[in-house]
Design a protein around this ligand. Structure first.
Ligand SMILES: [Fe+2]
Length: 312
């Protein structure tokens, strides 16, 4: 039987719908959702409604579901989470709040483990190189072909701390998301699968809705990585017309930049914002609106020169 593995929707209901349609066309009959359904793009309610309508689904929560508990205030930094928390219907918020952090079950006799972050399975080892904020430095010359990234991941996971952590796992399938990097590998019966991000891929690869198909047949496991292309500029135009854009313009523009390049910007911008605030002696955290705006203006002027690998 075939299962679609989908993670990191981040309010991009359009990409989710395309991935679900593609998965059904490919024969998927089961669905595994690995968290982060909201924040960053404006259609979390639509995405959750779609997920809730999917039969035969296993669903866990992600870290952004926890970020909905944002304190009230008029800072710039938390505008997007505050907007999303207000926009969610009470029913959808209750549904999110009831989701489990992890799931362990069997599919056709194969043990399957789900957690939003790989840290739940292998500790922090996996984040040394395949960390979203560091990945662009390994591929500074442009989009990385899928087979190159997969080969790099498998080589990285076959040495050192990570290899030891993986070999300590029981044989089975381990599903996670979180870093928005689509990859997978079979390490002596421990099959690690990160379907990437359906709504916001950050693996220095191609644009489109990323997800993976898991096939289990007679106890053996195969994986197919999928990426469904769509008109990104059309989507960005629609986001620009949304209430989220008016309420959280800086965050949303940073997401546009990530969507266009499939390279992480938010963490780097937050670090730049911290550096800017310290430089002007502003100790207010979360970042106040004026500092948030001024740091963003500086980011727009200087980031391409300071961090060229983020913009190829
Ligand atoms: Fe995410």
């Amino acid at each position: 039987m075939k299962y679609a593995i989908i993670s990191d929707v981040h309010g991009n209901a359009h990409a989710l719908k395309l991935a679900l349609e593609d998965a059904r066309r490919k024969g998927a009959e089961g669905f595994l959702f690995a968290g982060d359904y909201c924040i960053s793009m404006p259609w979390a309610n639509e995405a959750i409604t779609l997920i809730r309508s999917v039969p035969n689904a296993h669903i866990i929560r992600g870290n952004d579901e926890n970020h909905l508990d944002v304190p009230s205030g008029d800072d710039g930094q938390f505008e997007v989470a505050r907007w999303c928390a207000r926009a969610l219907t009470p029913e959808n918020r209750a549904w999110l709040d009831a989701l489990p952090e992890t799931l362990n079950f069997t599919l056709e006799g194969v043990p399957v483990h789900m957690a939003h972050s790989s840290e739940a399975f292998v500790g922090k080892a996996l984040h040394a190189r395949f960390r979203t904020s560091r990945l662009p430095s390994h591929y500074p010359d442009g989009p990385v072909p899928r087979d190159v990234l997969t080969a790099d991941f498998r080589a990285f996971a076959s040495t050192g701390d990570l290899a030891a952590a993986i070999s300590a796992l029981e044989p089975g399938v381990y599903i996670f998301g979180h870093n928005h990097i689509q990859t997978w590998g079979d390490f002596d019966g421990r099959v690690l699968i990160n379907p990437g991000s359906v709504g916001l891929p950050l693996d220095c690869g191609a644009q489109g809705a990323a997800y993976s198909l898991l096939t289990i047949e007679d106890g053996s496991v195969t994986v197919e990585e999928r990426r469904v292309p769509y008109d990104l500029e059309c989507l960005i135009g629609k986001i620009r017309e949304s209430a989220q854009y008016a309420a959280a313009r800086i965050w949303t523009e940073t997401i546009f930049s990530e969507l266009r390049t499939c390279r992480e910007k938010v963490a780097q911008f937050l670090w730049s914002c911290e550096e800017y605030a310290n430089r002007i002696g502003d100790a207010r955290r979360p970042f106040a609106k004026d500092t948030w705006q001024a740091a963003y203006d500086e980011w727009v002027r200087t980031a391409r020169d300071r961090f060229p690998a983020l913009f190829v």
